[in-house]
Ligand binder design. Structure first.
Ligand code: AMP
Length: 404
């Protein structure tokens, strides 16, 4: 029986996809349709013929998905044998702690969550609607970014605010990047030669968005992103932690609207606000050339990571490994070094040569806490969870898909 899953990540103006084997993790094809709704759409399809780039006008998400299907039929691989579609959904609120089979009731429930993620959930839902229309015969599964963090204890997820904010308006920490944290945690346990239930980890997902998670025995017990993906570490364009009174100050003193402040904190803060750009490679090149703004941005970024490592060390009590992942975490030796230097008394000992070489294990052999660099693979995790759900709960669905 095939274990191929089409993974779809629909954004507001883009649609990413991957045709991936949920068991082996091998991607037969992947790609991206960008600038949906603009006259100059772009498609990149990576398959058996290598990378194929196309410019075309793509008015809607449905056009985007049709363009994906055209790419499969023109450039391969064959779409035969796909058993399910797995969708990334950003916000599952308190309701979704596991992947779910998509049906009308689930779509209605995710629609109710739109106020919690107004930028992301509507686009994810649009991807789901279109895929259900184009592939009515295939089972479809939603995998939530928040789900891995549904195990946070109340003291970690509750903000110190009034009961009605919490009970009536869903004001609490949800956490994000859960698919990545789940994948990397399982990989780290495998690398350490132990089961997930036996290891305590601090996982640092450092990409354009950044988050830290404390994982006890395979389960998330605290995470740096909050009710929205704005809280926590310094990110490409997001501020991370800041005094919430700054909002009121800017509104009062500058006459800004709440939307202006919200937009600025999400889109022109973080590294972009500090040094004018959010691409870490360019920032690092400027830092190497002696640019003081780039240096300060780097220092603040790493200092914030170090604070979270300390906090989560205290949360966990004992830590088996610290794990770096995502674009910056996997590639920036200077960030890894600056974030962990000075923590030797906590048993965290980096090996400078291994770190520079980008090895899988970058701690010294006798370091009590291992430091690992593990590439994340959210598409594989979504495919894996999609398959697992179908196998465990709805084995008959796989038969339907195979026949369909
Ligand atoms: P992601 O969101 O995981 O795709 O990560 C994107 C971020 O990773 C961007 O800020 C990139 O500049 C950064 N990045 C990618 N490659 C490197 C690299 N070789 N060195 C430093 N940063 C990198």
């Amino acid at each position: 029986m095939s274990s191929r899953v089409l993974v779809i990540n629909a954004g507001s103006s883009s649609l990413k996809y991957s045709l991936i084997d949920g068991i082996s993790g091998e991607a037969a094809a992947s790609g991206l349709v960008e600038r949906i709704g603009e006259p100059s759409g772009q498609q990149v399809h990576r398959g058996p013929q290598g990378e194929v780039r196309t410019s075309l006008e793509i008015a809607t998400h449905e056009d985007a998905l049709r363009a994906v299907l055209n790419a499969f039929s023109s450039h391969g691989p064959s779409f035969d044998g796909v058993v399910a579609i797995g969708h990334r959904v950003v916000h599952g609120g308190s309701r979704f702690g596991d992947p779910v089979l998509i049906d009308d009731e689930m779509v209605a429930a995710v629609t109710e969550l739109v106020p919690l993620a107004p930028l992301h959930n509507p686009a994810n839902l649009e991807g789901i609607r279109v895929a259900r229309r184009l592939f009515p015969q295939l089972p479809q599964v939603a995998v939530f970014d928040t789900a891995f963090h549904q195990t946070l204890p109340p003291e970690a997820y509750t903000y110190a605010v009034a009961l009605d904010w919490r009970d009536d308006h869903g004001v609490r920490r949800y956490g994000f990047h859960g698919t990545s944290h789940a994948f990397v945690s399982a990989e780290a346990a495998r690398l350490l030669g132990r089961s997930s239930g036996e290891v305590n980890l601090i996982v640092l997902h450092l990409g354009n968005g950044c988050s830290a998670t404390a994982v006890r025995g395979g389960v998330s017990v605290d995470t740096s992103m909050g009710m929205t993906p704005l809280e926590g570490l310094v990110m490409g364009t997001r501020s991370g932690d800041l005094d919430p009174a700054i909002h009121a100050y800017l509104v009062r003193e500058l006459g800004w609207s709440l939307e202006d402040v919200d937009h600025a904190l999400n889109h022109s803060s973080g590294l972009k606000g500090l040094a004018g750009q959010n691409d870490f490679r360019e920032l690092d090149a400027r830092r190497a050339a002696g640019d003081p703004h780039a240096q300060l941005a780097f220092d603040i970024y790493c200092y914030r990571i170090k604070k979270y490592v300390g906090a989560y060390y205290a949360t966990l009590g004992t830590v088996d490994a610290i794990v770096f992942t995502a674009g910056v975490g996997q590639n920036s030796a200077p960030v890894r070094s600056a974030s962990l230097t000075g923590l030797e008394r906590l048993g965290i000992n980096l090996d400078a040569d291994r770190n520079l070489a980008g090895a899988l294990t970058i701690s010294t052999d006798d370091s009590p806490v291992a430091v690992l660099v593990i590439p994340t693979n959210e598409e594989w995790q979504i495919a894996r969870e999609t398959l697992a759900l179908l196998h465990e709960n709805k084995p008959c669905l796989l038969g339907v898909a195979e026949g369909g």
